[in-house]
Design a protein around this ligand. Sequence first.
Ligand code: BG6
Length: 458
Amino acid sequence: MSRPVAEKADALVFFGATGDLAYKKIFPSLQAMASRGHLDVPVIGVAKAGWTLEQLRVRARDSLDKHGGFDPVAGPRLLARLQYVDGDYGDAATFAALKRELGAAQRPMHYLAIPPVLFAEVVEQLAASGCAHGARVVVEKPFGRDRASAEALNAVLQQHFDEAHVYRIDHYLGKGPVHNMLHFRFGNMLLEPLWNRTWIDSVQITMAEDFGVQGRGLFYDATGTVRDVVQNHLFQLLCHLAMEPPARADSESIRDEKVKVLRATRTLVPQDMVRGQFDGYLAEPAVAKASTTETFAALRLWIDNWRWQGVPFFIRAGKNLPLTCTEVLVRLKRAPSIYAKDGAPPNHVRMRISPDVTLALGATAVSPTDESQSAPMEMQASHHPGAGEMDAYERVLGDALHGEQTLFAREDYVEEAWRIVDPVLAAPPPVHAYAPGTWGPAEAAGVAPPLGWHDPRA
Ligand code: BG6
């Protein structure tokens, strides 16, 4: 965490308290914060469910039982902290009740874990009721569906909240290994001399999931892979790989460098994208019968700046692929061939983000079976995240409470990210079928790194 730009919030309000996100992510993160002694403010859930506080506590308890287990010490602490406001988001009485629950709080944090269509109404009511005074607002992804809608959402938020008090969640930034990419790049001399167009041949990012849409057909069909994970999570990885060293470690210096990467990234053209849809997707509940939404995307991106011009960056993401794994592979140019008949395989840097964490350097050494030949080898440092490590949501919510912005997407970043994908979302290339458990449609070979896609199972 760098130096926060705001004081610590003194109340945590979350809208959507009876919803799915609260159930799966928010309650477990709050319990984890309580168990580290990090949750010392009132926690106020808001929803329109006709519930009582007791019912919310039962739901929270059930959420904790299902997601990581009820901690006998921290669980009761969290339940005791919970307060609840039930009511319609369009009704001023709901917000008058919230104001009463906030009591003497001067700097509440309002977390909108609700669909974006409700943001405007809630923000207006927060302002009219006085609950926005001194407050910060945390919003969930997706942040808009294109540049125009993101700008409209930003306008809504900024009517009542200064940008310094807006926190746009991208939970990928809360993952330890994603943050570690910056330490690995900027805490060592090892990579920097190689990390440019002179030495690097291509960069590829794979985010594979071995499951389908898991009952989220309604959301997914309106969203697709590019909006769901590419424009946000994977562009953040792209920025961590491509950005310049920040002038300082504070949030704005880091976020400035990320925006510069996106500004230098060419707007996508249809020839640089392949879309796929897994067989069986159309039979998923709530998916349109003739849907052309992609469940797989492969993209080629170009960053036209001094460091990267001419180096292709590839992103591949999809549902129902052979495994669940997020991994980066940076290939260097080939060494001149002395020992290898067909040329030495290129060196590489591999960063596995999940499920396990690996940093690896691929090199060539003498073959163990034929001393006249060389063979590829890899030096690895691996780590299996264990119990007790901070989950991404715990980290982002904790940072928002503390007024630390590094892990959140800034307005200019979000708008620039949409600029890159907007044309291919507005006029998408055709969608090709693929069998579940494969690496997407055969056509994906047309948008592939020079030596092909790396198989994270290899
Ligand atoms: C979410 C997407 O933002 O990220 C999901 O909506 C995706 O479709 C998920 O499965 C992946 O996140 P994680 O942390 O499980 O890798």
